[in-house]
Design a protein around this ligand. Structure first.
Ligand code: NAP
Length: 204
């Protein structure tokens, strides 16, 4: 009997902080691509942000857990927090491949702006062989996902996908700015995340 292939989404991001745009994107991708579940993987040390200040990984991880608990199809992994050094996606995908075995298709989901940079990522062609990429973008905003697909030729056409998600007007940068200015973030992040931010005094 042929084993059933599972389809798992890996939602990669800094999540500083996680917001409803991320959650709606993950749910939309799950529907569109028929995924069994989506695992959120907060980057402990985002490789291209090593010279930038990012909120402590444990806060970003806990906010991600708080934001996702109500969805039975969402999980959070501390995989990138459990290993030292920059959070290279290739290491994460190899580890998840080991955990989930051969009969699993992996889909790495992230923002289209991040996908536009993948030609500079570590061992990217090897990575494209291990998982498919889903670039989340908003209508009318075209960070050249088509150019990126062309750049990788047949591999790109087969393994890189684009999904329009209107909610991405919301950004973590905008939320941090609002908090600095003392503006409300109600309805932009889940209530438990809002409470956590105030309780821990983040983004002042
Ligand atoms: P980023 O540059 O902070 O994000 C770029 C854009 O994408 C922002 O508009 C961001 O919005 C959005 N975005 C980020 N994650 C998203 C998600 N999961 N769903 C929808 N939109 C998302 O990107 P980043 O968070 O640092 O990196 C994205 C992922 O790529 C991480 O998992 C990171 O580890 C990985 N990465 C790997 C390498 C490598 O292996 N060499 C290099 C770079 C990045 P918000 O600010 O609102 O999130």
């Amino acid at each position: 009997m042929k084993a059933v292939t599972r389809r798992i989404g890996i939602m990669g991001g800094t999540f500083d902080p996680i917001h409803v745009g991320h959650l709606m994107t993950a749910e939309a991708v799950r529907d569109e691509f028929g995924l069994d579940k989506v695992i959120f993987v907060p980057a402990a040390v985002p490789p291209h942000k090593m010279d930038q200040q990012v909120t402590e990984a444990r806060h970003r991880y806990l906010m991600t857990v708080l934001a996702t608990t109500s969805n039975p199809h969402f999980d959070v992994s501390s995989i990138e927090m459990d290993r030292p050094g920059p959070s290279y996606t290739i290491d994460t995908i190899y580890e998840l491949r080991r955990q989930y075995g051969e009969n699993t298709d992996l889909f790495f989901i992230t923002g289209a702006d991040a996908i536009a940079e993948i030609p500079t990522w570590d061992r990217i062609e090897e990575l494209l062989g291990l998982c498919q990429f889903i670039a989340a973008t908003r209508p009318g905003f075209l960070p050249n996902v088509d150019n990126i697909k062309e750049y990788f030729g047949e591999l790109g056409s087969a393994r890189i996908h684009r999904l329009e998600t209107p909610e991405l007007e919301i950004s973590s940068t905008n939320i941090r700015d609002r908090l600095k200015r003392g503006f409300s973030i109600k309805y932009i992040v889940p209530p438990a995340v809002e409470d956590y931010i105030y309780k821990e005094g983040l983004y002042k």
